[in-house]
Design a protein around this ligand. Structure first.
Ligand code: CAA
Length: 262
């Protein structure tokens, strides 16, 4: 598969069976997220969402940095009206809208927009040396791509307030203990571990996975009662799939299910 159309990301739709990999690729700038990179990410995710072979997507950076935030050099001279016109965070909505599960495989810095990008993914696997933070306050701004909302829901008010108001970083171990991430592994294993998790997910019914992901996000983003009704509707909907019949039938027949995504 070609990577040629992208300048700042590398995309491998068939990285492994049913697993696609997107690598943020501005290593000299610690993968600072400029507008072009985010447009490319939006496009890549939309394409992978349409690709029937893909069941799980991994977004990663390199050992030194997942991403050190939005591109400060690109934003420096902008004013509020420029930002309003560019609507720079509009591209970020695509990450949230992606129907397939996304795992962030994080090593090194996940700061500002980098932390927000990781949090917009569905799960985070991190290396021991990963660092998470919302340091925008140190450059006279605040998080703008979901940091105040998603971080608060993930780690609670007190810690989110401390991180957002002081810009302090937390290490992977603390991030794990506070529920921000799923797992910490030795530095050389973060991508392997993300692939392991992706493989497990890719064995399930893609239909059920899509509806279950949507339902967990609903819980994360709405009140309990609204979330419960939403979940129930999606649960009933899984019974419209052939995969539901296959999965239950395989259970009854004590064999491994063969899910096809229908
Ligand atoms: N934007 C643009 N360039 C960046 C960048 C960013 N967010 N982060 C790092 N870089 C660049 C540096 O300018 C440097 O480039 P040059 O070699 O041309 O000088 C290169 O990447 C390497 O960075 P450092 O020399 O600073 O590396 P370091 O190891 O000394 O420090 C760091 C690493 C602590 C991550 C430091 O680079 C840093 O503080 N970066 C900025 C972090 C930040 O404030 N992020 C929030 C951005 S705003 C935002 O994200 C808004 C939002 O809500 C979306």
């Amino acid at each position: 598969m070609t990577h040629m159309e992208y300048q700042f990301i590398l995309v491998e739709p068939a990285f492994q069976k049913h697993i696609a990999l997107i690598r943020l690729n501005r290593p000299k700038e610690l993968n600072a997220l400029n507008l072009q990179l985010m447009l490319e990410l939006k496009q890549a995710l939309a394409n992978l969402d349409q690709n029937e072979e893909v069941r799980c997507i991994i977004i990663t950076g390199n050992e030194q940095a997942f991403a050190a935030g939005a591109d400060i050099k690109q934003m420096e001279s902008k004013n509020s009206i420029d930002l309003l016109k560019i609507d720079q965070f509009e591209t970020w909505d695509q990450i949230r809208k992606t129907k397939k599960p996304i795992i962030a495989a994080v090593s090194g810095f996940a700061l500002g927009g980098g932390c927000e990008l990781a949090m917009t993914c569905d799960m985070i696997i991190a290396s021991e040396s990963a660092k998470f933070g919302q340091p925008e306050i140190k450059i006279g701004i605040m998080p703008g791509a979901g940091g105040t909302q998603r971080l608060t829901r993930a780690v609670g008010k007190a810690m989110a307030m401390e991180m957002v108001l002081t810009g302090k970083f937390i290490g992977a171990e603390e991030a794990k203990n506070r529920g921000l991430i799923n797992k910490v592994v030795p530095d050389e294993l973060y991508l392997d571990e993300a692939v392991k998790l992706a493989k497990e997910i890719a064995q399930m019914s893609p239909v059920a996975i899509q509806l279950a992901k949507e339902s967990v996000l609903k819980a994360f983003e709405s009140g309990l009662q609204e979330g419960l009704y939403f979940e129930r509707k999606n649960f009933y909907l899984t019974f419209a799939s052939e995969d539901q019949k296959e999965g239950m039938n395989a259970f009854v027949e004590k064999r491994k299910p063969n899910f096809k995504g229908n």
